[in-house]
Design a protein around this ligand. Sequence first.
Ligand SMILES: [Zn+2]
Length: 221
Amino acid sequence: GYRNHNGKKIAHTTMSNLISNPKYKGYYVGNKVKVVDMFTKKQKFLPPEEWVMFKDETGEIVPAIVSEEIWDAANAVLKKRSEDVKARQGVCNHANLLTGKLWCTECGQPYYRRESEDKRGRKNSKWICSGKIKNGADSCRSFAIYESEIKPLLFEVFRDTAADADAMVEEYIRMYNELTQHGSLRKKIEQQNNIIDQANRKKNKLLQLAADDSITNADFK
Ligand SMILES: [Zn+2]
């Protein structure tokens, strides 16, 4: 991209605001904002459809710095690019599929991608420990991983994991249904409470009898 007077890269929004501003093709533009609150003077930006625009034919109030044709062409490109960027969101860039996801188990550094070719000249990139790249081959015992080798492995892992996750969800739903079906869980709790009650009653009775000396320790032997 281009750089501003600070030498920093011009942000995409700045660039697109510049390109899409009709004043550069000599248009007066009004009604871009509207006061929505009379007391706080709070404003909101209006959509371009509501802007009031007219061409400054005199070229004195809003002098054009580009022709209308160039402006239109630039905006067509901008629109296309913005749509492309939006369409790419959430889609993994093929070349950087594994960037930031591979780490060296020997020295803990991230793996970097290096372009390489196999004997027949086909592209087969490899991933190398960045610690090794920075500090030399002797610094780390890790080895390079070829993309053509790791990709099928990863696909297999993802496929199996997805199947496992589905099976697990199914199993949990089955277990949950079993527990709640026809209030069977509640019934089981009631049954167990009854057994506890009965046991407590028996215990009390035995304690009573023991206190009355009606039964002695010998009875328990
Ligand atoms: Zn390493």
